[in-house]
Write a protein that binds this ligand. Structure first.
Ligand code: URA
Length: 256
């Protein structure tokens, strides 16, 4: 048995190799090691001081070194954590639910064929009867940046209404609307009339059923809602409904 395995057996009372994913986004290396190796800080300090722990290929001796879920963490030859960030664009079809599990409907996760699909979360849901660009990732810092109202990432939708749209909608969307239920006023939104009953709407936020509720103020039901883009990430026209692809490096970087 190798030195590492003996140590791990001692630390964890188990012969099995430990390979754990950090639950929090970012935290101290010593806390991660205590939890993964089921040991106390004194033992972890000794491991670190003896130069047996590497983070991203470099020996680390600091107890308070910060690591995240994508730091590669190694004890001797043993890899404790090695996760790659994954970013996916899906053309969400109507009738598929934006959730990771559902008892009634097919979920967006069911449509993916990538290996890491069960580790992904959705960065900005779409309603069951909405379609278009949906982003999924296992990188919570990236999705937080994308969803944060302070980053003001544009989300652009093509909206088809039951009745004609008039010019007064433009000012009402730009001004913001008060929603008593949440006690909030929507941030200024841009509305461009494309045809009698078709508009392009740009939002910086994503409140519950926001677009439907905003058009609801005019008693004009939404009959079609399709997301075209999020920031600089535009739904790839080569993707048929239900198809997905990995984001490019430039698309990922556009959100940071
Ligand atoms: N607004 C809605 O009402 N529904 C969506 O799916 C997205 C934005």
């Amino acid at each position: 048995m190798s030195r590492t395995c003996i140590l791990l057996e001692w630390l964890s009372h188990s012969y099995f190799v430990i390979c754990g994913v950090m639950q929090s986004k970012r935290g101290r290396l010593d806390r991660y090691l205590c939890s993964q190796l089921h040991t106390h800080r004194k033992a972890v300090r000794e491991l670190l001081l003896s130069g047996r722990v590497c983070v991203d290929g470099l020996i680390v001796k600091d107890m308070d070194r910060q690591v995240d879920e994508f730091s590669r963490i190694q004890l001797d030859e043993q890899i404790l954590q090695a996760n790659a960030p994954v970013y996916v664009m899906l053309h969400k079809p109507i009738g598929v639910v934006s959730a990771t599990k559902d008892t009634q409907h097919k979920t967006v996760i069911d449509l993916l064929d990538c290996e890491a699909r069960d580790e992904l979360h959705i960065a900005g849901r779409l309603d069951l009867n909405s379609s278009g660009l949906l982003l999924l990732t296992n990188d919570s810092r990236w999705s937080d940046a994308l969803m944060s109202p302070t980053h003001k990432v544009d989300k652009v939708y093509r909206v088809t209404l039951a009745n004609p749209i008039t010019e007064e909608y433009i000012a009402a969307f730009a001004e913001g609307m008060y929603f008593g239920f949440e006690d909030i006023t929507t941030q200024p939104a841009k509305l461009v009339i494309l045809a009698d009953n078709v508009a392009e709407v740009t939002l910086h936020e994503g409140k519950y059923h926001q677009i439907k509720r905003m058009f609801g103020r005019f008693r004009n039901p939404v009959v079609g809602l399709h997301r075209l883009s999020i920031g600089d990430i535009v739904l790839d026209e080569k993707l048929a409904p239900g198809e997905s692809r990995a984001l490019t490096v430039a698309e990922v970087a556009s959100i940071r």
